[in-house]
Design a protein around this ligand. Structure first.
Ligand code: NAD
Length: 294
């Protein structure tokens, strides 16, 4: 059992914190939304009046916040949490943010002698609730050894990607590739359908051939092919277009900073932004198929 502070109890953080409680940890929570705190209280968490109050005396501080600016404001500066924590605490920021902010917070933590890992996740709300998230961690080997113990109660695959910021880079790489193979899968399925092929049969053919990929395997974007996929449920998310557009923006920032020629990633971003602007932000990202059907 560990003493854990959990900050940010939204769609992802709420179920993640509940899994820590189920695993027997003593969890103190804080969120700007009182309703989110009240929900966790019902599941057995203690509620703090502020992030600073939540982290006092804790072994682990975990955050799951919207963006880099929230993470920087939470941890950095004279009023930030890093100024209040002692060196026995391990900080795990599971938010998806820009790699630069993750590196900055990591360096500030290291200067204060505090273990920090950027630990963004792969897997959406369902994986957060089921405790089957994948964590991609950036930080020291020592911090990773401590992080693994607690992350194992919220996920099933835990990777050490490298130093601070490396978790965010790994997440950016993965999600850029996901966007590209989802779009490629949609184009192939639409081309087959317009030439008289049954998308289910074409999917089977490609799954047994060299076009096989995750989008076809577990998340088929064509309605009716895969019963449990968002495509067969009016593209109810799943993983929202808004979040894919956000993640592509972060991935393209990494590519730009490192001078990578990622034309496919840029094209994927522009297609997702067009789709978002047409009012599809809250739908599942596999609805990008409709861009090929206009
Ligand atoms: P969300 O908007 O549902 O939750 C964010 C929570 O943070 C909210 O409850 C908000 O009140 C709280 N918050 C904001 N600023 C705060 C502060 N300063 N102090 C305390 N609480 C604060 O978002 P989410 O869907 O849970 O996503 C969280 C992170 O996880 C994001 O970075 C997102 O990109 C990433 N992510 C989301 C998914 C998904 O499917 N939703 C999947 C993978 C990764």
């Amino acid at each position: 059992m560990s003493l854990v502070a959990f900050i940010g109890l939204g769609n992802m953080g709420g179920p993640m914190a509940k899994n820590l409680i189920k695993a027997g940890h003593e969890v103190t929570v804080f969120d700007l939304m009182p309703a989110a705190c009240a929900d966790l209280q019902q599941s057995g968490a203690a509620v703090a009046a502020s992030a600073a109050e939540a982290v006092a005396g804790k072994e682990y501080v975990i955050s799951m916040l919207p963006a880099g600016k929230h993470v920087a404001a939470t941890y950095l500066g004279d009023d930030g949490l890093l100024a209040r924590l002692d060196s026995s605490t391990t900080v795990l920021d599971c938010s998806t943010i820009d790699a630069e902010t993750a590196r900055t917070v990591g360096e500030a933590a290291s200067a204060a002698g505090i273990g920090f890992m950027d630990s963004p996740v792969s897997g959406g709300v369902a994986a957060a609730a089921a405790g089957t998230l994948a964590f991609m961690c950036g930080g020291s080997a020592e911090a990773f050894a401590r992080a693994k113990i607690i992350l194992a109660d919220m996920g099933k695959n835990i990777f050490h990607a490298g130093p601070a910021g490396a978790g965010q880079v790994a997440k950016g790489c993965n999600n850029m590739l996901l966007a590209i193979h989802m779009i490629g899968s949609c184009e192939a399925l639409e081309m087959g359908a317009r030439n008289g092929l049954d998308p289910a049969v074409l999917s089977e053919i490609m799954l047994a051939s060299s076009g096989r990929n995750w989008s076809l395997e577990v998340y088929n974007p064509y309605p009716g092919v895969m019963e449990n996929a968002p495509a067969s449920n009016d593209y109810k998310p799943g993983f929202m277009v808004d979040l894919m557009a956000k993640d592509l923006g972060l991935a393209l920032g990494i590519a730009e900073q490192s001078g990578v020629d990622n034309r496919m990633g840029k094209l994927a971003q522009s297609l997702y932004e067009q789709h978002q602007q047409k009012g599809n932000g809250q739908r599942d990202f596999s609805s990008i198929l409709e861009q090929m059907q206009d």
